[in-house]
Design a protein around this ligand. Structure first.
Ligand SMILES: CC(C)(COP(=O)(O)OP(=O)(O)OC[C@H]1O[C@@H](n2cnc3c(N)ncnc32)[C@H](O)[C@@H]1OP(=O)(O)O)[C@@H](O)C(=O)NCCC(=O)NCCS
Length: 210
């Protein structure tokens, strides 16, 4: 009886996933095919007004939007690593997934006066059991366009992400970085703690894709 209930429960979860997948494909199709209204990843209420005020004149900090593929968002990420040759549909597939989980994923961008993306960063909120069901913010993928580095834009991105971490109730915000970026993060108010470890999954191990 219990096993039947579990099977039914799993079946329902998979059905909900399938329906969500179909809905996602429709959203992508209509956005690529027709001129759909611009959508933002999360509410701009979470963007710090102090950080906005501290930006150079004409610059804006805002949530990632469904039009940022055209505005150079992926180009900015190439300062970090390979991004791949992504189509607009692939960008939107990830965008709408994150938007459906926008209580967990917060990607923001800095836009130049010419309406180009020149900086980006993400905070991901992890839900824990420890610390009384505590929340931890993970800062990821901080990138500032090569020609715009050294103008405090990286600092502003981190300040804005720390603000989101605090507003969403995290008890701490953590990140991994290279040795050479340690002084940058120290200037952003972080301190060293423990070590980062990694396991890259070998190609010959079959991987299920989420
Ligand atoms: C690292 C990065 C995000 C910094 O952004 P930035 O806009 O160039 O940095 P800022 O101008 O905001 O720097 C803020 C402060 O940190 C200092 N700083 C920045 N990078 C530094 C570095 N590598 N070493 C020492 N200090 C550094 C700046 O001099 C500045 O100090 P100041 O307040 O005394 O003037 C940016 O250089 C970048 O995108 N690099 C490539 C991608 C990358 O490594 N991302 C981080 C992944 S963990």
């Amino acid at each position: 009886m219990l096993n039947d209930y579990r099977t039914l429960h799993l079946h329902m979860i998979y059905t909900v996933h399938d329906i969500h997948d179909i809905y996602l494909q429709f959203q992508i199709f209509f956005t690529v095919k027709f001129k759909m209204p611009v959508e933002t990843l999360f509410s701009s209420d979470l963007i710090s007004s102090e950080v906005q005020a501290a930006l150079p004149k004409g610059h804006t900090i805002r949530p990632l939007s469904s039009e940022d593929y055209e505005k150079g968002f992926l180009d900015v990420l190439t300062v970090l690593t390979t991004v791949g040759d992504m189509s607009k549909a692939q960008f939107l597939e990830r965008f709408y997934y994150l938007k459906a989980h926008n209580h967990e994923y917060f990607t923001l961008v800095i836009v130049s006066p010419e309406d180009r993306i020149i900086g980006a960063g993400t905070i991901f909120i992890e839900r824990k059991f420890i610390h009384n069901n505590g929340l931890v913010g993970h800062i990821e993928d901080i990138a500032v366009d090569k020609n715009q580095q050294g103008k405090k834009l990286g600092l502003r991105i981190i300040q804005a992400l720390k603000h989101i971490g605090a507003k969403t109730g995290c008890y701490k915000v953590i990140l991994d970085c290279s040795e050479e970026n340690v002084p940058f993060y120290e200037k952003c108010g972080f301190t060293r703690k423990e070590h980062e470890m990694v396991w890259y999954i070998p190609d010959d191990i079959s991987k299920a894709k989420l």
